[in-house]
Design a protein around this ligand. Structure first.
Ligand SMILES: Nc1ncnc2c1ncn2[C@@H]1O[C@H](COP(=O)(O)OP(=O)(O)O)[C@@H](O)[C@H]1O
Ligand SMILES: [Mg+2]
Length: 233
């Protein structure tokens, strides 16, 4: 998906030697803004997710298949779970952009914690109705980092409500979480953070994919600072 005019550089050199920003830079910015994608993830695409482990290969395969077969009326969802830094948010963002570009379906990205916080502010101002409708009825919604914090009763309720409504009305939801949904193993499970009924709806909404691998935020491959602490490229 490299721009033919600027060959992906984002710059165009005019005949007089001056440099302009290529239009594609603006349109890329638009895509990210329209979908509510946080700046850190603006350059993330399924095309630049490089899988190393078999689990990562499977996760990418499933993400592509989901985006390619996405149908607005089908209510199919996808959930990525696994340790931090393995690219779950990257995959969710990649799907959202691919579906928008190729199917013209406009979804929304939300960090779940941020979503709850914003709803709380709106509620205090008595202005929740329109915002919540937008979230309930979006044809595709990303709930990123679900269950990352202990939730109060009110917060659990709102998350359950959003997921149940979307489940009942065949609206597609993409979820990422650091926790297994349920199970025998020790440690936190999503079913302890949100109510178990909501967890079973997540299973019914679509595939649940484990993403293994190493934490790319800590690994050498993505080192942003050299040994002297200078910022690299
Ligand atoms: N397989 C991958 N290929 C390219 N970049 C990756 C890959 N996995 C993770 N990253 C990058 O590592 C960083 C952390 O990934 P992120 O999606 O935030 O992880 P998670 O949501 O699983 O905690 C991001 O900059 C992401 O683009
Ligand atoms: Mg994440």
């Amino acid at each position: 998906m490299v721009c033919e005019r600027c060959k992906g550089t984002g710059f165009l050199t005019r005949e007089d030697g001056k440099v302009d920003l290529c239009d594609c830079r603006f349109s890329e910015e638009d895509v990210n803004r329209v979908l509510g994608i946080p700046k850190r993830f603006w350059d993330k695409e399924l095309e630049n997710y490089i899988p190393e482990t078999d689990e990562e290969k499977n996760a990418l395969f499933q993400a592509k298949a989901f985006a390619e077969t996405f149908g607005e009326e089908e209510g199919e969802g996808i959930t990525f779970w696994g340790p931090p830094g393995v690219g779950k948010t990257h995959l969710a963002v990649g799907i959202l952009k691919k579906v928008y570009r190729e199917k013209g379906v406009r979804g929304f990205f939300f960090d779940t914690k941020d979503l709850i916080y914003r709803l709380k502010l709106l509620m205090e101002e008595g202005r929740t109705t329109r915002a919540i409708r937008k979230i309930l009825d979006a044809p595709l919604l990303v709930l990123d980092d679900l269950g990352s914090e202990r939730l109060s009763d009110w917060q659990r309720e709102i998350i359950s409500y959003i997921i149940s409504y979307r489940y009942n009305n065949l609206k597609s939801t993409i979820i990422t979480t650091n926790f297994p949904l349920e199970g025998e193993k020790k440690g936190v499970k999503l079913s302890e953070r949100i109510d178990p009924g909501t967890v079973s709806r997540i299973y019914e909404m679509g595939r649940v994919i484990y993403v293994g691998g190493k934490d790319r935020r800590r690994s050498g491959g993505l080192k942003l600072w050299d040994e002297r602490g200078r910022k690299g490229s």
